[in-house]
Design a binder for this molecule. Structure first.
Ligand code: PHE
Length: 453
């Protein structure tokens, strides 16, 4: 077995630093913005149940595989896959997995930045008292006004991309650690406050029933694929973000415990967001399937009506922007790490270059909410198509290949050594999951969604 490699990009200061950074990557718009709206669009409880099953059966084993490969390779995902394929005597074509991840990261960050821009815009709205009173129609009109204005959307998108480029250019470990340590708990506390508000809305049980009472007649084959895709999206899996963070993980840290901690925190945040939002939806006669605007049309109502709402509302959107920021950073890091390793570019040049391309691509999503909203393909807008392609096709496919490589091609001695589980039985369980359950599960969902089974 070769000697342990070292990462040229640095290392996290401790296991905790990794947990914080990876949680920062995982917890983001996916939990608070996307999870509630896709749950609403896909009928509630049954969708949530499938999503939870995907996290446990597919997400956690693949996350372990991704961190493990990253730490073994200690490079950008492209080079990590190349090195590990070499080490395992496999085709160098495995590095294409890294390339696919870079592409998926570009696509996701392009629309992610536009939505993060909405959160930034709402910081100012909240602070200026625009939510006060919290009448549902006025809040709805406010959101409509934002979407309808391409210049505003693009300006906020530009600001968010600039913020992301700024951090990645400086190197992810600096600053990120400290920010996440304070902001994540604060976001969590505010979500609890919102759930408390929802409890008093008179519709809490309706909200809970919508989220947790499965009605399988409401979920379609495509809905199952969306739930699977979201398990990847929300845990930042399948595109190398977690792999590249794993590359900076100290050798001693236990991969299994850290992974489970991250997945649990991520899931909790999503469920809390759902519990805060749906009671407000029902209390105000809103539509659960309202789409991507759902949280921007519901939470301001709560802030507008609750005492101290001006402060809490502002704080909430600040924290949501931060959560998006720490995720955006991880979407950009795999590409930048590769450019620094292989092209000898400085971090700053590499980051600004990638950021520019992503910014351009993001314009298409920004415009798809207004002047290009009638331009559709397969019945979906540009934003919806980019999201569907990246989240529901590229990420699960990337995850499937990661599982196959880690379970079947990488010598067992290596995975055993890196995972270093205390119990042999736990290792055997992981191996069984990534060998059989995960690949079969992901393939079945794909075949089902395209109508083959
Ligand atoms: N997990 C992030 C979220 O839920 C999004 C993300 C996806 C980040 C893929 C990195 C990689 O918001």
């Amino acid at each position: 077995m070769p000697q342990q490699r070292k990462s040229m990009h640095g290392e996290w200061s401790s296991r905790w630093a990794f947990i914080l950074a990876a949680t920062g990557s995982a917890v983001g718009l996916g939990n608070i913005w996307k999870f509630p709206y896709i749950t609403g669009e896909n009928g509630g409880g049954a969708f949530v149940l499938v999503y939870l099953a995907c996290i446990a059966i597919v997400g956690i084993p693949i996350m372990m595989a991704e961190v493990m490969l990253g730490r073994r390779g200690r490079h950008s995902p492209i080079n990590t896959m190349r090195l590990l394929a070499q080490e395992s005597g496999r085709s160098p074509a495995w590095q294409l997995l890294g390339w696919g991840g870079v592409l998926a990261g570009f696509i996701i960050l392009s629309f992610y930045s536009v939505i993060a821009g909405w959160a930034l815009a709402y910081v100012l709205e909240a602070a200026s008292g625009a939510f006060v009173g919290g009448e549902a129609d006025r809040i709805g009109a406010l959101f409509g006004g934002l979407l309808g204005n391409p210049v505003t959307l693009i300006s906020w998108h530009t600001i968010f991309m600039a913020m992301t480029v700024f951090v990645v250019a400086r190197g992810v470990e600096k600053g990120l650690e400290r920010a996440v340590r304070v902001l994540m708990p604060a976001l969590f506390a505010l979500l609890l406050l919102l759930v408390g508000y929802a409890m008093n809305s008179g519709y809490f049980t309706d909200g809970l029933a919508f989220l947790f009472k499965p009605d399988f007649s409401k979920i379609s084959a495509e809905g199952v694929l969306i739930a699977l895709g979201h398990a990847f999206f929300t845990l930042s899996l399948g595109m190398g973000a977690i792999m590249v963070y794993g590359a900076y993980l100290p050798q001693k840290a236990s991969i299994a415990t850290t992974t489970v901690t991250i997945a649990a925190a991520d899931t909790l945040v999503a469920l809390l967001a759902g519990m805060a939002i749906f009671p407000i939806v029902f209390a105000n006669g809103l539509e659960p399937g309202a789409g991507p605007g759902l949280i921007f049309q519901t939470l301001p109502i709560a802030f507008g009506q609750m005492p101290g709402g001006l402060l809490f509302g502002t704080l909430f959107f600040v924290l949501l922007s931060f959560a998006a920021w720490t995720s955006g950073i991880s979407l950009l890091e795999p590409a930048v790490a590769w450019l620094v390793e292989n092209r000898g570019l400085s971090r700053v040049v590499a980051t600004v270059g990638c950021g520019g391309i992503i910014w351009l691509l993001g314009l298409a999503s920004a415009l798809s909410f207004n002047i290009w909203s009638d331009f559709t393909l397969f019945g979906k807008t540009i934003f919806d198509n980019l999201d569907f392609l990246a989240s529901n096709i590229m990420l699960p496919l990337g995850g499937l290949l990661i599982a196959l490589f880690a379970a079947w091609l990488l010598p067992r001695a290596i995975s055993h050594d890196e995972l270093a589980m205390r119990e042999e039985g736990t290792y055997a369980l992981w191996l069984f999951m990534v060998r059989y359950i995960t690949p079969v599960g992901v393939s079945l969902v794909f075949l089902n969604a395209i109508g083959l089974i």
